[in-house]
Design a protein around this ligand. Structure first.
Ligand SMILES: [Zn+2]
Length: 381
C-alpha cells in the first residue's frame, strides 16, 4: 500500500503508518474542542495518549499474527497501521488449516491478554470496586454516558477505556466474516472437513450475509461507520473467494500447459536501440538475456526497463543490454503447478521464469501469460 511511511521496526518487521493517520490528529482536536468548548491541554494529553494507545494495541494484535506466522515459516512483509486498524501483510497465508487457525486466532488472543493484564491492575488497586467494574466498562464504552459522573480519575478512566477498546477489537475481529480474523478461523475449521475452495465459499457467503446484516443495521440506526464496514466486508469476502478460486485453478494447471516455447533470447551485447526495434513486432514484454560467449542465460529485461534506459540515453549511447539487465533468474520445472510458479514469481519478484524439462530449457513463463490465465478463469464460472 502506498502512502505509508515507516516509523519503527520490531523483530525485523517494518511498522508503517498510513497518511490517513493525520486525520486522527484533526479528530483529537475536534473532540477536545467539542467537549470543553475551549482548548484544554490536560484533555488534549489524555485524548492523545488514548489514541496512541489504540494504535499500540492494534500493532500488538498484528504482531500476534506476524510472529505466529513466523513460527510456521511465513514471512511478514510489513505491518501497516491506519485509522481503521492494522494489516500484517504476510508473504502468503499458511495453507494447513491448523496453522491458519492459530495465525488468525493469535491477533484477538493478544487483545484478550491485554484485557486480562489491565483487569488484574484494576481489580487489585483499591479505587474501583469489583462490583462496579462492569458498570464502569459500560459507561466508558457507551459514548452517550457521562463517565465523569462516576468519579473516576483520568488514569482509571484511561485504563478502563483501554479494556473496553481491546474487548471491542477482539469481538469485532472474531466476527466470522472475511477479511476479519473470525472469517479465517471459520474457514480453517471448515477446511478440516472440506477442501479449501468449498470451505472458502461457505465462509465467504456467511461473511457476506453478516455484512448485509451489518449494513442494514447501520442504515436503520443511522450509523454510517457500521454501514461502511458492512460494504467493506461484503466486497472483501467476495475478493477472498475469487482469490482462492484463482489459486485452485492455478494449482490444477501445470507450467507445461502454459509454457511459451517460442521466445526471443536477447544477446547481452546488443544495444538498446536494436532492442527497441524488436519490441513493436512481438507480443513479448519480458525477454531472457543470453550470454553468447558462455552460451547460457544471464538475466532478463522488460520493455519498461528498455524504455526507461532509452529515455536516459544519449544519441550515440553504447549501453549494452548486459548493463541494464536484472540478473535474478529463476527456473521452474514444466511439471510444477502454475500455483508454485506464481509463488516463485512473487517471492523472487521476477516477471519471467525459465522453464526446464529435467535439465533441458524448453521455454519461458511470464507474468502476462499468468495474468491472462487468471482473467480467463475469472470469466469462466
Ligand atoms: Zn487480526
Amino acid at each position: 500500500m502506498k502512502g505509508s511511511f515507516q516509523i519503527a521496526r520490531f523483530f525485523g518487521i517494518p511498522v508503517e503508518v498510513h497518511w490517513t493517520f493525520g486525520l486522527i490528529v484533526l479528530w483529537i482536536l475536534y473532540v477536545v474542542y467539542d467537549k470543553t468548548g475551549q482548548f484544554d491541554p490536560q484533555m488534549l494529553f489524555w485524548q492523545t495518549l488514548f489514541v496512541l494507545s489504540i494504535f499500540f494495541c492494534v500493532m500488538l494484535h498484528e504482531f500476534g499474527h506476524a510472529l505466529t506466522a513466523r513460527k510456521y515459516g511465513v514471512k511478514t512483509l510489513d505491518i501497516i497501521l491506519s485509522p481503521i486498524g492494522g494489516v500484517a501483510r504476510l508473504d502468503r497465508m499458511p495453507e494447513k488449516p491448523l496453522q491458519e487457525f492459530w495465525v488468525a486466532l493469535a491477533g484477538p488472543l493478544v487483545n484478550v491478554g491485554i484485557i486480562l493484564l489491565l483487569s488484574v491492575y484494576v481489580l487489585l488497586q483499591g479505587d474501583i470496586k469489583k462490583s462496579q467494574f462492569l458498570d464502569l466498562l459500560y459507561l466508558v464504552v457507551n459514548p452517550q454516558s457521562n463517565t465523569f459522573a462516576a468519579g473516576l480519575s483520568q488514569f482509571d478512566y484511561y485504563v478502563v477505556g483501554l479494556i473496553g477498546l481491546n474487548a471491542a477489537l477482539a469481538l469485532f475481529n472474531l466476527l466470522p466474516a472475511f477479511p476479519l480474523d473470525g472469517g479465517r478461523i471459520f474457514r480453517a475449521l471448515l477446511s478440516m472437513r472440506l477442501n479449501r475452495l468449498q470451505a472458502t465459499r461457505i465462509a465467504a457467503r456467511t461473511g457476506q450475509l453478516l455484512a448485509i446484516v451489518l449494513g442494514l443495521y447501520g442504515i436503520a440506526n443511522g450509523n454510517i461507520i457500521t454501514a461502511m464496514i458492512g460494504v467493506f466486508v461484503f466486497s472483501t469476502a467476495a475478493g477472498e473467494y475469487n482469490y482462492v478460486k484463482m489459486e485452485d485453478a492455478l494449482s490444477r494447471t501445470t507450467v507445461n500447459d502454459l509454457v511459451r516455447t517460442s521466445y526471443t533470447l536477447v544477446p547481452d551485447s546488443w544495444h538498446i536501440p536494436e532492442m527497441l526495434q524488436l519490441i513493436p513486432h512481438g507480443l513479448e514484454k519480458y525477454f531472457i538475456v543470453w550470454d553468447e560467449y558462455q552460451g547460457k542465460p544471464t538475466g532478463w529485461v522488460s520493455d519498461k526497463m528498455l524504455f526507461e534506459a532509452n529515455k536516459n540515453a544519449s544519441l550515440n549511447d553504447l549501453t549494452e543490454i548486459a548493463d541494464i539487465q536484472n540478473t535474478t533468474l529463476v527456473e521452474v520445472q514444466s511439471s510444477d503447478s502454475l500455483h508454485e510458479a506464481f509463488n516463485v514469481m512473487r517471492t523472487h519478484q521476477v516477471p519471467i521464469l525459465l522453464v526446464k524439462k529435467e535439465d533441458e530449457l524448453i521455454g519461458v513463463l511470464d507474468m502476462g501469460m499468468v495474468d491472462q490465465f487468471i482473467r480467463m478463469t475469472r470469466s469462466l464460472k
